[in-house]
Design a protein. Sequence first.
Length: 505
Amino acid sequence: MRTAKALLCVCIVSFCFAANPPADTNAVNQLIQTALQPSPLQENLRRLTDEIGGRVPGTRSMQHAVQWGVAAFTAAGADSVHTESFEIPYSWSEGATEMTVTTAHQVSASGVGGGMVLSPFHVRAVSIAWAPALEPVKHVPMVDVGEGTDADFQKAGDITGKIALVHTTVLKTWADLFAEYANAPPIIGRALKAKIKAIAFMATREHDILYRHTNSGAGEIDRLPMVIVAREDGERIARLLAAGNPVWADLAIPNQIGGPIKTSNVIAELRGSEKSEEFVILGAHLDSWELGTGALDNGCDAALVIDALRAIKASGMTPRRTIRFILFSGEEQGLLGSRAYATNHRAELDKAAGVVIYDSGTGKTTGFSAGGRHDVMLVAKVLIAPLAQFDVKDVKPDMEWGTDHFDFMLEGVPTFVADQEEANYLENYHAVSDTYDKVDFPQLKKHVAEAAVLSLELANLPEKIGPRLTHDQIEQTMRDSNSVEMMKADGIWDDWVSGKRGRQK
């Protein structure tokens, strides 16, 4: 049942929009049509993925990507473009990871006896990112620890010095993906307690697809050597062990680890005409893993942000507030670029009028998640009404994690993350197969229109869509949205409570 206060808020919002509609309908439709027109979008993304390739902070490719961003924003008509650097505590790159497995099985030769035969086979494997190196080891016993639960480790008994095989679920849904990340840290903790040599996670993709993840949350080197093994190889090992066949592994993970590195965010602006000191952010991350070329994650959305600036500029519409278009770096290492930006700009976040983030490939957008902010949902639904032609209709109050809105949300700024259908994103996520040819460009052009409209309308509201929340209000929002356990699982709650992360007052 609606309270009197809620009804009053609805009336105030309705009056505000009746007197001051967020934007002229014809102008919004013109912006949409401009965004859907042919543009440099495809060529920009081709250059980023095919010519520059995978983009890990600290590499030459990442430096070239930053230069690509500056040039593309300038060509799109930005009023200003600059970079802001920040530090990641360690550099990391994978050497030539090698894994060979040997099993023993009984053979007999019709009627003349038999014996034990050793059968080796090569395992396709890649190191988990920001995991420590492992000097070559020979003939190390492997043990199956199931899904890596407490019960699984207890059942395995004494596994000191062994290599643990961990089962996973084939990735089908967003929930599967978040579970993959949430499950890993406690498994690593149990493995450390069991004093194992290394962990071998079965890939969550079929058909020999390999990919790169990190379980490091802030660019630190992780606690144990770890590899992802091709699912088919992992299941073969599991069947051998289940049948009673001993399995030994030869494993080398010659990762190269160095000291602190600097990388940069790229920031472009369209200056506001009336309230230029207030600003909206439209962002996506520029970095990627390097097994593929980072097209779906997240090159397509980096190109989107640039094209949204171009579309707004080309439409002739000048925003009331400034719009900052940001390509964040270090997202894959723990949202490091957006965290650095939110922290370094904390003093001006009272003037932030909203943050819009795209980070899920080219699956169709269904709506936006509003970071637990029920107070902004009524107005947000009005703002996205012109996007109903793309079936973008929902605004959900969910507090999400895992992309570049997160530290702005912890600072109390209204945030809007595009909710998208899975499409072909999950199979290719962080994988060797994440390449230019997987991008649905007609759908991506619709995303450009969506991002441009929402960003411009947030910038043009008579008043900001919502205030910056205080520390206590943010924490209450976490509790109201049942997000505390999510924060704990992701290792963020302690940092929030201690004041290391998020708004301090």
